[in-house]
Design a binder for this molecule. Structure first.
Ligand SMILES: Cc1cc2nc3c(=O)[nH]c(=O)nc-3n(C[C@H](O)[C@H](O)[C@H](O)COP(=O)(O)OP(=O)(O)OC[C@H]3O[C@@H](n4cnc5c(N)ncnc54)[C@H](O)[C@@H]3O)c2cc1C
Length: 457
């Protein structure tokens, strides 16, 4: 038996958990600390692999008793890497992934470690759906708390807009219900204010009947990229709620050639979808791909999975409009991307996603019409400098066209300062979130996130 007091305390925690408490020397520790962004290499003192709300409370109590910092891991996708903590307690929720669907009430109750694939599988089985992340392995938790841009946002709003209640283990270890029958203000804060107020142990979402869908992905030769991007701007500037499109600049791994791509998801039948997307299919020569009737599973696999462990640095901005300078700057930027794994993604929030009032959700940026991001992705640490510089240069090109601080916090990197979180959320919203933070986490226990600082720090 170990004599080290910390080891003994972790062993005692392990015995009390329904899940497990892993120390650096334990089997499974290294696998449990793998997150999406391979640039983040932190070693928690203990990884609490929780299986219940009680486990979350025990892990939090352990951190409090030992004066250790805390991180929360949902799907582990956040590129800032806040899911990992150095020498602290990582509350790992990835074993808690059940999703229960109440088809009559049109609600889904999801545990916090569920991925979008877990979620979609459960809801689709009942013919229901909500706006979710577009890549299956992404965690529902972080994505929801930071906003949630998806193929159905034009019809149903952002993911956070569809969060109808949540249970939260707050800093003192108690459980607070956010929403009906509980704290409405906390629910407002969870819809865009991130993981600042506690560990969410249950998310309840509004669901919608799943009808027919039409869409897919069209790829255009790089020589036509500028025309394809202008076409995308034209289509998205007046798209009906039912049509959500994204623009992607990417390199085909098989040929090594650059392509421009447009994804389209029409929330309706094939005949009306065909009519609504005619201009997309016929204005610029399509190199590869077609649009057709599709299932929601097809829509959710338009964008390929990206393996965990690659190196990532992302920069982007929300823009209120897309001037020619941004169209040209985007195509020029991708033409010199140093890594063939990198992409530029342009999303177009519209419809219900931009009509939702600030009173409903802390998520700001309802005035934004585009979200443009350089996702710099590469393999070797030797190439860090040039790939980071490339994404930063793209961000700088966009900046003069953006409202100050208009950044999607779900895509923000670890080097985003607190001042930019304040700017991203906007003065009034930020101050209202500080009041919530003061109420639920005055000592900033939950600070490994896009942090809202309590007043007393
Ligand atoms: C491949 C890929 C695809 C993506 N696609 C989309 C997309 O389609 N739409 C979109 O909007 N975004 C998308 N994103 C961004 C995504 O929204 C963020 O990365 C988000 O943080 C992922 O959530 P997670 O639970 O997987 O992350 P994690 O890294 O596990 O968590 C991120 C942060 O969220 C907080 N958090 C997590 N769980 C909890 C909890 N239970 N309680 C309280 N706080 C918690 C913590 O602060 C944590 O640090 C994508 C990201 C990747 C890497």
């Amino acid at each position: 038996m170990s004599l080290d007091p910390m080891d003994q305390d972790i062993e005692a925690l392990d015995e009390r958990l329904a899940g497990t408490a892993l120390r650096p020397q334990d089997a499974g520790y290294d696998a449990a600390r793998v997150i999406f962004n391979g640039m983040i290499d932190k070693r928690p003192a203990v990884i609490a692999r929780c299986r219940s709300v009680g486990d979350v409370q025990l892990a939090l109590g352990f951190a409090r008793d030992h004066g250790m910092p805390v991180s929360i891991r949902g799907g582990g996708h956040n590129v800032a890497g806040h899911a990992l903590v150095q020498d602290g307690v990582m509350i790992d929720l990835s074993l808690m992934r059940a999703v229960e669907v109440d088809a009559e009430a049109l609600l889904a109750h999801a545990q916090p470690g569920a991925s979008w694939l877990d979620f979609d599988t459960a809801t689709m089985a009942k013919g229901l759906v909500t706006t979710g992340g577009t890549v299956g392995s992404t965690g529902i938790a972080g994505l929801t708390l930071g906003g949630g841009i998806g193929h159905l946002m034009g019809s149903y709003g952002l993911t956070c807009d569809n969060l109808v209640s949540a249970d939260v283990v707050v800093a003192d270890g108690s459980i607070v219900r956010a929403g009906p029958g509980g704290d409405a203000e906390l629910l407002w804060g969870l819809r865009g204010g991130g993981g600042n107020f506690g560990v969410v142990t249950s998310f309840t979402y509004r669901l919608y009947p799943l009808g027919p869908l039409y869409g897919g992905f069209l790829m255009f030769a790089w020589d036509h990229a500028r025309d394809a991007f202008r076409l995308y701007r034209e289509v998205t500037s007046s798209a009906p709620d039912a049509l959500t499109c994204s623009f992607v600049a990417l390199t085909d791994p098989a040929s090594g050639h650059r392509f421009a791509g447009i994804s389209a998801c029409w929330n309706g039948d094939a005949a009306s979808g065909e009519a609504a997307t005619k201009v997309l299919r016929e204005s610029v020569p399509v190199a590869v791909g077609s649009l057709q009737e599709m299932t929601y599973a097809d829509a959710q696999s338009i964008f390929a999975e990206i393996p965990y462990g690659l190196r990532h640095y992302w920069k982007g901005h929300f823009l209120p409009a897309m001037p020619d300078a941004v169209v040209d700057g985007t195509i020029d930027a991708f033409s010199v991307a140093p890594s063939a794994k990198s992409v530029i993604l342009v999303e177009a929030p519209h419809g219900a996603a931009v009509r939702t009032p600030t009173e409903h959700a802390a998520f700001t940026h309802r005035d934004a019409r585009y979200n443009l991001s350089a996702f710099s992705i590469w393999e070797s640490p030797d190439d860090d400098a040039e790939n980071v510089a490339w994404a930063r240069a793209y961000g700088s090109m966009l900046e003069p066209h953006a409202r100050p601080g208009a950044t999607y916090l779900n895509y923000a990197g670890a080097d985003e300062p607190v001042s930019s979180v304040r700017a991203a959320l906007g003065g009034g919203t930020y101050e209202r979130l500080v009041q919530l933070k003061d109420r639920y986490d005055p000592d900033n226990v939950f600070r490994l996130n896009q942090n809202i600082e309590p007043s007393k720090t």
